[in-house]
Ligand binder design. Structure first.
Ligand SMILES: [Zn+2]
Length: 279
């Protein structure tokens, strides 16, 4: 019997993916987006829809930081993903179940109204979560939620509602990690970077993100995607079924999926089977 060894691939047959996640929706996102767009890198921006009417800048160590007025935001974040960060940036652990639902669903409704598409993901304000918080988010249909933990690895989360990053942009190993990501053969390797764009002003280190983007951009083997695109693709991959006996691989999902078999890359269209003749 021939054992088929499959390597799962990301969209378009790319072996690796890279995504970013930036919080709070402040004015420094404008500069961050101009850098990301220059390098075709995708980011998910986590916004607090109850705070952007208060545009009073807060002054910290010389940097002016404020949340932007909502009317310009759909154009600004176009091409990236917008996700929830709860309405008022609360501390989730201090909220009752009901408050937690209201802060999350309220943010979702506000963002959906403004951006005109389904808002499905979230970043935990202050990185605060526990089992109760996770279970509540799951019960109201939140797709994924990002923590502020850093794994310094390229693994996918076991539970997308506890989605740890590879690292924060201030991690002193950032460039070392980027280099090892570029060289890794790990299956479905994911580089997940997070932070706040205002930190680049506070720390006067915009060069960090510029250097990182320049290093990882324009690599043909990397899929640059938002958080939700990765979430959806991985869920679709979980609907790939291999039948050893008939030597077929069936894609039961609604999107095309990519695999590698013996150095060859195959695209399996939605709801279709790769027959033995092809294997
Ligand atoms: Zn935040």
């Amino acid at each position: 019997m021939i054992i088929i060894s499959i390597k799962l691939l990301y969209k378009y047959g790319k072996p690796k993916a890279l995504t970013l996640s930036y919080d709070d929706g402040v004015c420094q996102d404008i500069k961050l987006i101009s850098i990301l767009n220059k390098y075709n890198i995708k980011c998910t921006f986590n916004l607090n829809s109850g705070l952007w009417h208060d545009q009073t800048p807060w002054q910290t160590e010389g940097a002016v930081i404020y949340r932007m007025a909502p009317d310009k935001l759909p154009e600004l974040y176009n091409g990236h993903e917008v996700a929830m960060h709860m309405v008022h940036h609360p501390r989730p652990l201090t909220l009752t179940d009901q408050q937690l639902k209201a802060e999350t669903l309220g943010d979702q409704a506000n963002l959906q109204r403004l951006f005109g598409y389904k808002i499905r993901g979230l970043a935990y304000p202050f990185g605060d979560f526990d089992e109760r918080v996770v279970n509540i988010l799951r019960s109201i249909g939140v797709a994924y939620a990002r923590t502020v933990r850093q794994t310094e690895s390229f693994s996918l989360p076991k539970d997308f509602l506890v989605w740890d990053s590879t690292c924060h942009h201030n991690n002193h190993k950032l460039i070392e990690l980027a280099d090892s990501f570029l060289n890794t053969n790990q299956d479905l390797a994911l580089f997940y970077l997070w932070g706040h764009s205002y930190e680049f002003d506070l720390d006067n280190n915009w060069d960090v993100i510029e250097i990182f983007c320049k290093k990882v951009a324009n690599h043909d083997d990397i899929w640059f995607a938002t958080n939700i695109e990765i979430y959806d693709y991985i869920n679709a991959l979980n609907k790939l079924v291999m039948d050893e006996q008939s030597r077929t691989i069936t894609n039961y999902s609604d999107v095309p999926l990519w695999i590698e078999l013996g150095q060859k890359v195959y695209e399996i269209p939605a709801r279709s089977t790769l027959e033995r003749a092809a294997l």
